[in-house]
Design a protein around this ligand. Structure first.
Ligand code: URA
Length: 434
């Protein structure tokens, strides 16, 4: 078999066999197929597409390029959730304890933030003493004992994706549905969960800018999950503004805790109820979405969801009480109120822009190696559709110094667009794919 022939075949609209896909993925991972040939193949796939069978074969071949987690030592239904990436997205911190309190096992491997997007691992490290690197044995034991553990990747999961993603990033081949689906699903399948729910973001702060693109991606992801024998569903959600009010690691943890305490409602809770209901029904723990939602609300009202978070924090080396009293979590020394200079209705909050402000305050990484300040970020005081008068606070910048806050104030102001007329709010949950 020759890679040149496979490239020509795909370029001319042909269908690649499972054997051909395997040859290409394993050859590329082992360094036998050069970057220039793989780039040409990615471009051919981007233009010609792939059918369901090819996407499944590509996903499975990528999944088997490295270690595959064996979660069989964990009793019960194991669930995982994945978001295609957003700003202020602290969903996992709320959702995972909620569903764990309803009897689902959460054995989750999460990532760190890069650029304008945050990562669950960084947020979790806001709990003093908490470790995201525990042994595989400890991980399984914690999940069996507490029902929940969230850690960094230990095994060498999907090395093919690490190479391919870096290549796609510099060859204009990221926005291809077959390549995105195989990239995301190979990692999710290798992580071993029985139930996978995907949160596909759509809008200015997201990867998929339109609803149609997001729906196509959601259908592709769920199809592959089901063809691979997992229970799989997706929600399509708006990312035309940051999710919730907080952007920044410790700030987001505090907001997640407020939702788990029942003190904060709004879109973050709505999203967690929706994803949580899909997990409980797909996992067979609830008969209907309505029953599932009641169970999840009950987990908040009874304090069981918050207790799950505290058990997880303690099992991973932190202090259980920090969930109930957040005063030991990192707190920025400077709080700078950004005041409105005109009045009107908020018609846009550039999510990516707010994420970049948080990154420049020190809360995110410009490169994989950067250190971050867990205390800094932005707390939005106004959201899409809200009325604002001159002099009212739009947002509070949490910064390490007055200078750093002032440096970011105008960048943050530029993220807000005001209109003279009231604004019709877009639906937050745009669709569900089951
Ligand atoms: N996220 C991934 O993991 N892979 C992609 O290709 C796109 C988003």
């Amino acid at each position: 078999m020759r890679m040149t022939d496979l490239i020509s075949k795909k370029r001319d609209g042909g269908e690649l066999s499972g054997e051909e896909i395997n040859f290409m993925i394993q050859g590329y991972t082992q360094g036998e197929i050069p970057d220039y040939q793989m780039s040409a193949m990615c471009m051919a796939i981007l233009f010609r597409g792939m059918n369901d069978r090819e996407i499944l074969d590509l996903t499975m071949s990528m999944m088997h390029s490295g270690d595959v987690m064996d979660l069989s030592a964990i009793d019960g239904v194991k669930a995982d959730k994945h978001s295609t990436g957003g700003v202020g997205d602290k969903t996992s911190l709320v959702l995972c304890p909620m569903v764990a309190a309803c009897g689902v096992k959460i054995a989750k491997m999460s990532g760190r933030g890069l650029g304008h997007t945050g990562g669950t691992l960084d947020k979790l490290e806001s709990f003093p003493g908490l470790s995201i690197s525990i042994s595989d044995e400890q991980f399984v034991e914690n999940v069996n004992r507490c029902g929940i553990a969230i850690i960094g990747q230990t095994a060498d999961i999907v090395p093919a994706d690490k190479l391919l993603y870096a290549l796609r990033d510099v060859t204009g081949t990221v926005p291809s549905i077959p390549l995105i689906v195989s990239s995301i699903m190979s990692k999710k399948l290798a992580s071993g969960a029985d139930v996978i729910v995907l949160d596909v973001k759509c809008g200015s702060g997201a990867f998929m800018k339109t609803e149609d693109e997001a729906a196509e991606l959601a259908r592709g992801l769920t199809r592959v999950g089901r063809l691979a024998g997992r229970k799989c569903a997706a929600v399509i959600t708006d990312m035309d503004q940051p999710l919730g009010n907080a952007v920044g690691n410790a700030l987001e943890v505090k907001e997640a805790i407020a939702v788990l305490k029942g003190e904060e409602k709004g879109e973050l809770l709505e999203l967690c109820l929706r994803i949580g209901s899909l997990i409980l029904t797909e996992g067979g723990l609830a008969e209907s979405l309505e029953d599932a939602e009641k169970m999840l609300l009950q987990a908040i009202e009874s304090g069981a969801a918050l207790k799950k978070l505290s058990q997880m924090v303690e099992a991973q080396g932190g202090c259980a009480d920090d969930v109930y009293d957040t005063s030991r979590l990192p707190e920025a020394p400077v709080k700078y109120a950004l005041k409105a200079e005109e009045s009107g209705y908020i018609s846009r909050i550039d999510a990516e822009g707010v994420g970049l402000v948080s990154m420049h305050l020190g809360g995110g990484r410009a490169t994989k190696e950067s250190d971050i300040d867990l205390s800094v970020g932005v707390l939005l005081n106004k959201k899409l559709g809200d009325r604002v008068e001159v002099g009212e606070t739009l947002a509070i910048i949490h910064a390490a110094s007055e200078e750093s806050a002032v440096n970011q104030a105008e960048n943050l102001r530029a993220c807000f667009t005001l209109s003279a007329e009231p604004v019709e709010l877009p639906a937050f949950i745009k669709g569900i794919v089951r």
